[in-house]
Write a protein that binds this ligand. Structure first.
Ligand code: HDL
Ligand code: ZN
Length: 444
């Protein structure tokens, strides 16, 4: 029998906040978008008992990967600018040398208050290491003593993540070859595959050349035969990966202008991608707003953002009622209009506080706006983790904020005379951290 928070007008706010936080902490999350991989995709850091280190391995884990996360690379150049340490000199450093540099300048010589720095501390602490030791070599030793496969279990346990959704980029040669070499490479049930194909919609000429090289007769001006070949390509890779949804990252300039839109991206979207997904009851994730290479000398750390066009999303939801669109936008200024759009279209699921939005101040603002407009019918967060252990901090920090917002909303309705039981709280937490996403990708 679950207890009901008293429906007296002034419920005990501290007790309510604690209860909601405990329930959120105990609710397993399905991390719906990451760049993580199981050890079957190879690991540059061997650890104990694992197969030999694979320098091009895709499973990134350990303290040196945590410290050289591209968010921290961008931040360390603010402290040691390129006029002091030229970009090229940094990129020539080994991974360990880069990590030493970042540790020295962002942690030892300055206080690690940024969200990405704080994340490293939370991760160390929740994995049982003491950040106060400030002993980078000691942390390194601990990580190399872990077996990568067992470490995935430990990290998922510490994060409260029950399933990790991958990003399987079919246009990435390293990733594609691994699937072609070993069809079972993605069979680790802890990880859910997702087919990612940005070039198909962002750079059709290049994508068409690559499809042709792979044996799909794609032409630059997509003919009906060419469209059929794109659909065959998608079907082959959806069968090969078992993807649970498909994803693209699109620039702020992305526009979809309706069913008579002759842009090649709209033609490929309308004639090949969306019919294939509708036929297979698969959702499409649109991640819109990345301005690639704002500072190319920062490499992967050099992307920026601009506002996206939400009207294009509304037109997609209107024109393709049999398709489902999961959408996350990179600009803070887009968030309210995306939540309003989600009120208009039940085939639109807003998700996550993506990338530059994944900071406590903005996560709280976005979660409040979404809950006030959408109730519990959205997916508040994903980690976007690139290094395995990042899910520890990304979920710990986000759960705290989601719980705070949820407790405030409960307090509001309790004051209005509506009792809220522990069962209600558990149901809502499961919807937000797991079921809304699971139901949306399943088409329920
Ligand atoms: O395209 C994406 O999926 C983005 O999340 C990028 O990978 C970005 O570099 C990133 O890691 N964001 O957190
Ligand atoms: Zn991502």
């Amino acid at each position: 029998m679950s207890t009901t928070i008293s429906d007296t007008p002034r419920c005990d706010r501290a007790q309510l906040a604690r209860q909601v936080e405990e329930i959120l902490d105990a609710t397993p999350a399905w991390d719906l978008h990451t760049h993580l991989y199981p050890a079957s995709f190879g690991t540059p850091l061997a650890g104990t008992g694992a197969s030999a280190a694979d320098p091009k391995g895709l499973m990134l884990w350990g303290i040196d990967e945590l410290l050289t996360y591209h968010y921290l690379v961008a931040e360390v150049f603010r402290v040691v600018p390129s006029r002091v340490l030229p970009y090229a000199d940094f990129w020539r450093m080994s991974k360990q040398q880069q990590a030493d540099h970042i540790w020295q300048h962002l942690f030892l010589e300055r206080t690690p208050v940024s969200e990405a720095c704080r994340g490293v501390l939370t991760t160390l602490q929740r994995l049982g290491l003491d950040p106060a030791d400030k002993d980078l070599d000691g942390y390194r030793k601990w990580f190399t003593q872990q077996d990568p496969n067992d470490h995935v279990d430990r990290v998922m346990q510490a994060s409260g993540v029950c399933r990790i959704t991958m990003t399987n980029d079919v246009f990435d040669d390293n990733e594609r070859q691994r699937w072609l070499t070993d069809p079972a490479v993605g069979s680790d049930s802890r990880f859910a595959p997702v087919l990612r194909f940005d070039p198909l919609l962002c750079d059709w000429p290049s994508a068409a050349r690559q499809l042709s090289a792979w044996g799909y007769r794609a032409d630059e001006n997509p003919s009906p035969e060419g469209i059929a070949e794109v659909r065959r390509f998608l079907s082959d890779w959806l069968d090969r990966t078992g993807a649970i949804y498909c994803a693209v990252s699109l620039p702020p300039t992305f526009r979809y202008n309706g069913l008579d839109d002759t842009q090649v991206s709209s033609v490929i979207f309308r004639e090949a991608v969306l019919p294939t997904l509708a036929e297979r009851n698969l959702a499409m994730a649109l991640m819109i707003g990345v301005l690639r290479g704002v500072n190319p000398r920062l490499s992967i750390a050099g992307d920026g953002l601009e506002k996206a066009d939400v009207s294009s999303i509304c037109r997609l939801c209107t024109d393709f009622p049999d398709n489902r669109f999961m959408v996350t936008l990179l600009s803070r200024e887009n968030q309210h209009e995306l939540a309003v759009a989600a009120r208009k279209f039940d085939n639109l699921l807003p998700f996550g506080c993506w990338w530059f939005l994944n900071n406590p101040s903005i996560i709280e603002e976005m979660t409040r706006v979404r809950m006030e407009l959408l109730g519990t019918s959205f997916a508040p967060q994903h980690s976007d983790a690139r290094v395995l252990e990042q899910i520890v901090y990304k979920w710990s920090h986000s759960r705290e904020i989601i719980a705070k917002v949820l407790a405030d909303k409960y307090a509001d309705i309790i004051r209005a005379g509506w009792p809220v039981s522990e069962d209600d709280m558990r149901r809502d937490a499961k919807l937000l951290l797991h079921d809304n996403f699971q139901n949306f990708v399943a088409g329920r």
